[in-house]
Design a binder for this molecule. Structure first.
Ligand code: GLA
Length: 499
């Protein structure tokens, strides 16, 4: 009887939703990552230094199997049509316009990819995963490998999450007698190169962590005075990204510039294209000098904690809103090759962090708050480095992290950080210019009460006349309209594209 009732209830649901879904005549609905025709996701521009290893997995959603092809690849690069990985090395600097195609049993799609060989990396904000926010000191080779496998299986790799970054605690406290940093073999029994090889074979890149002093924030070995030796080791292991912290170093701008430039130069002398992430938490205004010392992104704030908001901005308690508050004023400093970094994502951590830094504050956020956090990091052209346990996450968390339209706003090739246009106690409205001449608008409700506003004619922000508006969280075109009344639920952030 109970089964019959359940069946009846399910049939009613199908009937109800089948009939009730509004006929918008638009592209409503968002297929799962591995459903439907192929779609080549962002980024559509990638940079690499000349004569260094190039690696790019073409992030592609759609039903499997997919096969890829490429036209006009520069000399030195080849695409594996079965894996979607472009690799090799290009000697000649230049901007190469490549045409990619992805085919699956349901169809085929083409997409341009600009490969820029020169002095710039990170032409769009780096995307990936970092061990710190959830795992802290508890990181191992098995964790990294399982994370990579999970990011393939759950589709994150196909949404552009590329870097898998090992944070603090991969190394021992002391250098070896040969002056070299020592890998903690209990955690990484086969060394770092073994992990890098595993990741590279699957189109991921590997990040590592060190510090511009003798010891890191966690008290293990840092690189100060050994920059050249360490950079060469990182390169020999196949590292693609270095996060360089600042614990234990003097809090003076000249010293920060000197220490960061020593590592910047050391990385540049290696034979790899290594993204350089400067992590001195914004105290010496790195947005003014970090790019000049070789940095590709620079932290603008103290660490993020797994929460929506701290009553005050401190180095131990900040949540999403505290960080938006500061990073939001720095838009003029961000651009292709050099990004403001408002710290890593906390989406889906939900109070489960084991990191010492998160020990005191782990209240977590609601799904709505995490979605708003994701939206705002996209609008701020921030690096999208998630930090949850991707081996085990809810469907809502995965959906929050893998919305291709939100990611496309973040990864847009124009590389403009959104501007905060309206900032009241309850509401922020942000506008981000996009490379096709359109713009993204985000309306963020910071509070636990609903907020109503109007965009466009008679409203608080112009949207132009006859604008084509799309809601990128519901995946619905709202048509050509003069104005839009927006209702924001508590903590909601609505994001629109306006063409
Ligand atoms: C600092 C950084 C964090 C993390 C820890 C590791 O606090 O800001 O992101 O790397 O160190 O100890």
């Amino acid at each position: 009887m109970k089964n019959l009732l359940t069946l009846f209830a399910s049939l009613c649901m199908v009937f109800l939703f089948g009939c009730a879904s509004p006929n918008t005549g638009t592209e409503a609905g968002h297929a799962g990552v591995f459903e439907g025709k192929p779609r080549i996701n962002a980024p559509h521009v990638v940079g690499n230094y000349p004569s260094t290893p190039f690696l790019f997995y073409i992030p592609t959603s759609g039903l499997r199997p997919v096969t890829w092809s490429a036209e006009n690849l520069p000399d030195g690069l080849a695409l594996n049509p079965e894996t979607g990985i472009i690799s090799g090395s290009v000697k000649k600097a230049g901007v190469y316009a490549v045409k990619l195609t992805a085919k699956n049993p349901l169809g085929s799609t083409a997409q341009n990819l600009t490969i820029s060989i020169g002095n710039d990396l990170a032409l769009t904000p780096p995307m990936g995963w970092n061990s710190w926010n959830t795992f802290g000191q508890h990181l191992t080779e098995a964790l990294i490998i399982e994370t990579a496998d999970a990011m393939i299986a759950n589709g994150m790799r196909d949404l552009g999450y590329t870097y898998i970054n090992i944070d603090d605690f991969w190394q021992l406290v002391d250098r070896g007698e040969d002056g070299r940093m020592q890998i903690n073999r209990e955690k990484f029994p086969n060394g770092i190169k073994h992990v890098a090889d595993y990741l590279h074979a699957r189109g991921f890149k590997l990040g590592i962590y060190s510090d511009a002093a003798e010891r890191t924030c966690g008290g293990v070995c840092g690189s100060y005075g050994y920059e050249d030796i360490d950079a060469l080791d990182f390169a020999a292991w196949g590292v693609d990204y270095l996060k360089y912290d600042y614990c234990g170093a003097p809090q003076k701008r000249e010293v920060a510039i000197e220490r960061y430039s020593a590592m910047g130069k050391a990385l540049r002398k290696t034979d790899r294209s290594i993204v350089y992430s400067i992590c001195e938490w914004g105290i010496n205004q790195p947005w003014l000098w970090a790019k000049g010392v070789g940095g590709h992104c620079w932290r603008t704030t103290w660490d993020i904690r797994d929460r929506w908001m701290s009553p005050t901005y401190t180095n131990e308690t900040n949540g999403v809103l505290n960080i938006i508050g500061i990073n939001g004023d720095l838009d003029q400093y961000a651009g292709p090759g050099g990004w403001n970094d408002p710290d890593m994502l906390i989406v889906g951590i939900s109070g489960k962090s084991q990191s010492i830094n998160h020990g005191d504050v782990k209240e977590g956020c609601s799904d709505e708050q995490y979605r708003s956090h994701m939206s705002m990091w996209a609008m701020m052209a921030a690096p999208l480095l998630c930090g949850n346990d991707v081996r085990n996450m809810s469907a809502v968390t995965l959906e929050t992290l893998t919305n291709p339209e939100i990611i496309a706003i973040n990864q847009d090739a124009l590389g403009k950080q959104g501007q905060r246009k309206i900032n009241t106690e309850a509401l922020e409205v942000w506008v981000k210019e996009l490379s096709d001449g359109s713009k993204a608008i985000a309306c963020l409700n910071k509070t636990g009460n609903p907020v109503d506003l109007r965009l466009g004619k008679g409203g608080i922000i112009s949207i132009g006349t006859n604008a084509e508006i799309r809601d990128v969280w519901t995946h619905r075109n709202l048509g050509k309209i003069q104005s839009l009344d927006v209702h924001l639920s508590p903590y909601e952030c609505k994001v629109y594209t306006v063409k």
